[in-house]
Ligand binder design. Structure first.
Ligand SMILES: Cc1ncc(COP(=O)(O)O)c(C=O)c1O
Length: 399
């Protein structure tokens, strides 16, 4: 029996998802296949369901025992250290409601109004919003695909941008959403070297770090030696790997006491919320027992990215598709399809004309109307149907 045969990831029912209040499946009309926001369509690991069932059946939902959330922090440190080598210690970890809150809080605490913050685009849209809403200034470095379609940053251009902008921080997404990059050690080290050279704080969103394919190593920024670690704030959670976004818990991990002192002086712990009991219980469950389920889902997702790319190559060869090295998100470029360039948002057109709901490319960076992000974390049958709908739509453009 392969790991994935223990769980039936092919059993996805959009009607059930919609009826259960899934934001992903309620955004569009019922006939639109939802492949946008980063939720998986699969039921959570059984250890989560069992834990939450016991909690509900207990009928006891008052304040938990003192120190309850501290247990989660300890267990999380063991988990994250064993997987990423960032050497997290409980005193330097803060729980918050979600990773985006962590990004905002880290920016507010560790940069000043007007400071430049480097981000590599195309990028998960809240990166732009968190910088702008905190009255910092986006210093956008636009990456580009190489000859093999692998998205790369340019070290020299980035360095020049840091010098000319006087940026004070770098907000990095690793692995990188939406272009599925798993930064190599050399790439991570070169980004970190710029942070050291120009005294930048690194805010590293590593929420997708458990969703890595082909056995390649994930290189956490805070694992790159003490000098880099001391300037790094890692933001992570179980939400992506274990599909728990509705349970609202994320972790902010400081690489040094200096960073956590600065943070605590500016953001009182209460402003970060207080972890809910079901959130803590389900996080404890996945960190302690979720490993086999995670392995199985990664195996299924890994296959999905190839199945999708192969079908798309067959039905819509004009569309270029990223086979992600990590994350269950893929990036599509429709610029070679007749009538797409200059034709407005392809993401919006696909909802109306192809009945597939993606994230529109332009939300990941200006000028990307010809691109869209697709979520691959669904059943193979739905994934193939999504590819086929793209194929039908592309054929209609050429006709
Ligand atoms: C890179 C990245 N960071 C943060 C989030 C959101 O996480 P949360 O719901 O914990 O704010 C996502 C969700 O897609 C993401 O891709």
């Amino acid at each position: 029996m392969t790991a994935s045969s223990t769980w039936d990831f092919n059993n996805v029912d959009p009607v059930h998802l919609r009826a259960s209040g899934s934001g992903k499946w309620n955004k569009y009309e019922a006939d639109v296949l939802a492949a946008w926001v980063a939720d998986m369509d699969f039921p959570v690991a059984p250890c989560v369901t069992d834990t939450l069932r016991s909690y509900v059946e207990s009928g006891v939902h008052g304040y938990p025992v003192t120190g309850f959330a501290d247990t989660l922090i300890e267990v999380f440190c063991g988990y994250v250290n064993s997987r990423t080598g960032i050497g997290a210690v409980p005193e330097l970890v803060r729980l918050c409601d979600d990773a985006v809150q962590g990004l905002h809080a880290a920016l507010a605490a560790c940069t000043e109004p007007g400071d430049g913050v480097v981000i590599l685009s195309p990028i998960y849209p809240p990166f732009f919003a968190s910088v702008e809403q905190n009255n910092r200034v986006v210093v956008e470095h636009r990456m580009a695909p190489d000859a093999d379609g692998v998205w790369r940053f340019s070290f020299e251009t980035l360095r020049a941008q840091i010098i000319s902008s006087g940026a004070r921080a770098m907000m990095l997404c690793s692995p990188h959403n939406p272009v599925g990059r798993l930064w190599t050690r050399a790439e991570a080290e070169s980004l970190a070297s710029l942070a050291v050279e120009f005294d930048l704080t690194i805010i590293a969103d590593e929420i997708h770090s458990d969703l890595v394919f082909d056995g390649r190593p994930f290189v956490a920024f805070a694992s790159l030696g003490e000098i880099v670690k001391a300037r790094t704030i890692t933001i992570t959670s179980a939400n992506k790997a274990f599909n728990l976004a509705g349970l609202k818990i994320a972790m902010i991990v400081f690489g040094s006491m200096a960073l956590s002192d600065r943070f605590d002086a500016r953001v009182s712990r209460r402003l970060l919320g207080a972890a809910s009991t079901p959130g803590v219980l389900s996080n404890l469950a996945v960190y302690r027992e979720g490993g086999p389920w995670l392995d199985a889902v990664v195996e299924y997702l890994s296959e999905n990215r190839h199945v999708f790319a192969a079908r798309l190559a067959a039905v819509a060869p004009a569309v270029s598709v990223v086979v992600p090295e990590a994350t269950y998100l893929s990036w599509l470029d429709f610029s070679a399809v007749p009538g797409v360039l200059g034709g407005g948002s392809v993401g919006e057109r696909l909802v109306v004309e192809a009945r597939v709901g993606f994230n529109a490319g332009e939300t990941f960076g200006a000028g990307l109307e010809h691109c869209a992000r697709v979520n691959l974390a669904t059943s193979r049958a739905i994934l193939l149907e999504i590819a086929d709908r793209i194929g039908t739509w592309v054929a209609a453009q050429a006709a």
